[in-house]
Design a binder for this molecule. Structure first.
Ligand SMILES: O=c1[nH]c(=O)c2[nH]c(=O)[nH]c2[nH]1
Length: 298
């Protein structure tokens, strides 16, 4: 009975690539998930562990980032460039399959004008409410989840303490991205146009994220909550949970390329998780927390 190696391919799956075209004040984003698979004469590694024909998947990932340095263009062209590179550069690699999905971003509208460098991701968002009625008292806590936003400049993070475990570089220009979960407690349960209130709170959250120059996600969180309380008297309290969806600058210097805040690795996890409440100090607090008890996120 003979045993033989059948069809096979290998590569790096789901390379998360974000590029920012910052040539002018109006930034253009590309947000891609790229998977590479190479095919060819790969018997040696499978049968004996001799890797002389194996273009490391790490090299494939680096190639994706390096090729993005000059701009990605259309995903079809980018995929063709990569496929031609792998098959053209390595004798034993005779085929390549490149899969790319492009994730859409829309510009955030600020006062009816599309913002230069603040974006929101369409879809995935939910409007929520949690009504609690107990001992004759009622509370309405409404909110939203999955409001994914990104700004490609206007965000800094520095001045944090450094100890022997600190490696994070200080930055005065980074990508700031998050998926907002917001829950707000209304001060009344009647006489409120719920949809109008929701729409205005959502607009205020988006506009504040876009326009507030950020020194930390915590500062942005507070500014967003404060803006809602300033604009909407019917809201007594707002709680925000905002994951810091890290976008790490890719070091392209090993490939002789510079990276002027243009090519990023969009990390999945771990992520920072910033949570906070913004309150009115003259509003009777929901001291027992009955309105909030066992809500997701808080
Ligand atoms: O806005 C931020 N807040 C943090 O607390 C933090 N921590 C970190 O590593 N990066 C950031 N960014």
């Amino acid at each position: 009975m003979g045993i033989t190696l059948g069809p096979n391919q290998y590569g790096k799956a789901e390379v998360r690539l974000v590029t920012v075209d910052r040539e002018g004040p109006v930034h253009h984003l590309k947000d891609l998930t790229v998977s590479t698979s190479l095919r060819g004469q790969l018997e040696r590694t499978h049968l004996t562990g001799d890797n002389a024909d194996v273009v490391a998947t790490d090299t494939q990932k680096n190639t994706v980032y390096a090729f993005a340095a000059g701009g990605v263009g259309e995903i079809e062209d980018f995929a063709l460039r990569l496929a031609e590179h792998f098959t053209g550069s390595f004798e034993h690699i005779t085929g390549a399959r490149i899969l790319i999905s492009e994730h859409a971003w829309n510009r955030i509208d600020v006062g009816g004008t599309p913002h230069d460098h603040a974006f929101s991701r369409p879809g995935g968002e939910e409007r929520t409410t949690a009504v609690t009625l107990q001992d004759g008292k009622a509370w309405v806590v409404s909110g939203l989840t999955g409001l994914t936003v990104l700004k490609s400049t206007g965000s800094e993070f520095h001045g944090f303490p450094r100890d022997e475990y600190t490696t994070l570089a200080e930055t005065d220009d980074r990508i700031l991205a998050t998926a907002v979960t917001a829950r707000w407690r209304y001060s009344a349960t009647s006489g409120i146009d719920w949809t109008l209130s929701f729409d205005e709170i959502r607009r205020t959250l988006l506009e504040t994220f876009a326009t507030k120059h950020s020194l930390s996600l915590q500062q942005t969180l507070y500014a967003m909550g404060e803006a809602v309380l300033e604009a909407r008297p019917e809201v007594a309290e707002i709680r925000l949970a905002m994951p810091n969806k890290h976008h790490f600058l890719v070091d392209l210097s090993p490939f002789g390329l510079s990276n002027e805040n243009e090519v990023f690795h969009a990390a999945d996890r771990p992520y920072g998780l910033i949570e906070g409440t913004v309150l009115r100090d003259d509003e009777p607090a929901d001291a027992a927390g009955l309105a909030w008890y066992s809500l997701p996120e808080f």
